[in-house]
Ligand binder design. Structure first.
Ligand code: FAD
Length: 592
């Protein structure tokens, strides 16, 4: 059985010392006083530790069932969902006009991490509702918003996203599902969607599907796709639940992880759909929520690593194997605990330094999303769009790697199911695939985001790093251990971007073959920047006489580890990028 405790102290440090949220002029941030955020995070932590985490293994072992057309979630999920709703957690950062609490997204993200770490499969039901809510909120008519949003904010109705079809995943232009206009202004939606997370279940009264489909006669490819609300049950004029709509579950998937979340084949058979936004502009509506969705999946990556790491630490302190070569640490026992060994320390430091860096990066990303939402700040929008494929791709790859490292701390006991470490690895794996596979995130980053707006966002990022270094160069300790390595890593990133500019025009494969390395190089520089900022905040706290010296000293030591042991990976990624497309493309397809 695994355990989980919310890392609220670290979250508070990032919110209040690194980001200094309550001093920010972003609307809603002045309410985020430390006492308030602490109370919210502690409450979320209680629900996570006492209710959600104990259900994590149950969900994994029992999975969802599909019988006589009905999907059921594992034992305990329904009750936990009732508690989630009753606590108002579903609407924490949603619009008060529809019953939400209107808190900033950065707070929603902090709470989201706690829930995802404790039970990722369970959290997907509410996470997708949040995503569907955002698309409806941004693009649907006031009438549709009034019908659907209050029930989604309360959690009485949940949401889904229906993009994928059996022959079309990444390449959505191949989509076949059709939406025929009806005389009453609605559309008849027909087709099959696969892999639909939370597609059906027993947690809510209604399931609101957001479905991408083609209106016949529209443009070919991706430009001819529109977005529709297709509810499981139609809604009567008085807002009550009406007749069953023409949508049903064909089957649910057997899969590697997230067993507690139902992944459904959805059959649409002339189901009544309501257009959201303009005809053929469905992808535009989807893009609105894509940044948030990628951000949320990037958070899943390190949130799973956090849960796995916490259990690895407990095990490493408890399991007795071998002796400390520098001197016995447990003379009364037959051996010393695993944690004395440098290689176990390396593994735990890899995990800890990644997780805390990724948390800072994710919270910073959330604060940029808040800035865009409330002010329409174009510069922040450019940065969000540039950074989201990095948050999604880099953090889910590393999150999986760190979950594997945590499992490795258990040796063979991590591989068997008894200790629950295998579940973290299996659950973390999907985050590298859905919401756009990570290879496609890298393509998006290099193919679209680097050159977007004449390269303004990426230049703004480099300026941001440069300005931070310049501003703090006078701080000797920060300079030696944080700023110097950051400067060098940032230079590697600029050299790589330059390589693409010079060589990508001649042969696009030179850019595409290096795109995955570029995404990782970028991720390391971002975490390097976060560690430099956190290192500075910790040093300031110590200078100001903070009493919790252990916390701040640990923070600085963990940051120094990242800068010394992880950040040099930028050199390897740059060397790979500069080797160009030739080594990658040297074999003919028939030679494989
Ligand atoms: C458990 C689970 C839950 C899911 N939930 C949902 C959901 O709720 N809603 C939904 O709509 N979908 C969902 N999906 C689908 C998911 O988003 C897709 O599986 C994913 O986007 C990849 O599509 P695909 O599987 O068709 O792979 P493909 O598109 O066939 O890609 C296969 C591989 O090729 C690579 N690739 C593809 N095109 C290119 C290219 N041009 N250049 C280089 N590499 C390329 C990809 O990176 C990938 O590694 C879910 C999937 C799973 C397994």
């Amino acid at each position: 059985m695994t355990s989980y405790a919310a890392p609220t102290k670290d979250m508070q440090f990032i919110l209040h010392e690194m980001l200094n949220v309550s001093a920010s002029d972003t609307p809603g941030y002045s309410e985020l006083e430390p006492d308030f955020t602490s109370a919210v995070l502690e409450e979320a932590g209680k629900l996570a530790t006492n209710v959600l985490a104990p259900l994590n293994t149950v969900g994994d072992r029992e999975g969802c069932t599909f019988e006589n057309g009905v999907v059921r979630t594992p034992a305990g999920f329904k009750d936990a969902f009732t508690q989630l709703k009753a606590g108002g957690w579903m609407g924490l950062d949603l619009d008060p006009d529809y019953g939400g609490q209107g808190m900033p997204y950065v707070l929603g993200t902090s709470v989201g991490e706690i829930f995802v770490s404790s039970n990722m499969a369970f959290n997907i039901y509410s996470g997708l509702t949040h995503g569907a809510y955002s698309a409806i909120h941004a693009h649907a008519s006031d009438q549709l918003k009034a019908i659907y949003l209050p029930n989604m904010v309360s959690g009485n109705w949940t949401g889904t996203m229906n993009l994928t079809e059996s022959h079309c995943g990444t390449d959505l232009g191949l989509m076949r599902t059709k939406a025929e206009p009806q005389d009453d202004g609605t559309f008849g939606v027909t087709g099959q969607k696969i892999f639909i997370s939370a597609g059906d279940h027993d947690l809510s009264e209604n399931v609101i599907h957001l479905v991408l489909a083609r209106i016949p006669g529209g443009p070919e490819g991706i430009k001819g796709v529109s977005l529709f609300i297709v509810p499981k049950f139609l809604v009567n004029d008085d807002g009550s639940i009406g007749a069953r709509n023409g949508v049903s579950v064909g089957s649910i998937e057997e899969k590697m992880g997230i067993h507690g979340n139902a992944t459904c084949v959805m059959n649409y058979d002339g189901a009544t759909g309501y257009l959201i936004g303009e005809e053929h502009k469905g992808m535009r509506a989807m893009f609105t929520m894509m940044n948030e969705a990628r951000h949320g999946v990037g958070m899943q990556g390190y949130a799973q690593a956090e849960a796995a790491y916490q259990n690895a630490v407990i095990y490493a302190k408890d399991r007795l194997q071998g002796r400390d070569v520098t001197g016995v640490k447990n003379p009364d026992g037959p051996a010393d605990p695993l944690i004395v060994h440098p290689d176990i320390r390396r593994s735990l430091m890899d995990q800890k330094s990644f997780i805390e860096g990724a948390r800072a990066f994710t919270f910073w990303g959330a604060s940029l999303i808040d800035q865009v939402k409330d002010s329409g700040d174009r510069d922040a929008e450019g940065l969000v769009s540039l950074l989201m494929p990095v948050i999604k791709g880099f953090q889910t790859d590393k999150g999986f790697e760190m979950a594997v490292q945590a499992q490795q701390v258990f040796g063979g006991h991590g591989y068997i199911e008894e200790h629950g470490m295998s579940q973290f690895v299996r659950d973390a794996r999907i985050a590298q695939i859905y919401e756009g596979a990570n290879g496609v995130q890298a393509l998006d980053l290099v193919g679209r985001k680097l050159a977007a707006d004449g390269g303004k966002p990426v230049m703004a990022f480099f300026e941001l790093v440069k300005a931070f270094i310049k501003e703090n160069e006078g701080n000797k300790a920060l300079n030696a251990h944080f700023l110097a390595p950051l400067k060098s890593a940032s230079k590697d990133l600029q050299t790589a971007a330059m390589y693409f500019m010079e060589n990508g025009m001649k042969n696009p494969n030179h850019a595409l073959a290096g795109s995955y390395d570029f995404m990782h190089l970028f991720g390391h520089v971002c975490l390097g920047l976060m560690w430099a900022r956190m290192g500075k905040s910790a040093m300031v706290a110590l200078e100001n006489g903070a009493t919790d010296t252990e916390f701040y000293e640990t923070k600085i030591a963990t940051g120094r580890y990242y800068m010394a042991r992880q950040l040099p990976a930028t050199k390897m990624h740059l060397a790979r990028i500069e080797s160009g497309a030739d080594p990658v493309m040297s074999l003919a397809a028939d030679s494989f």
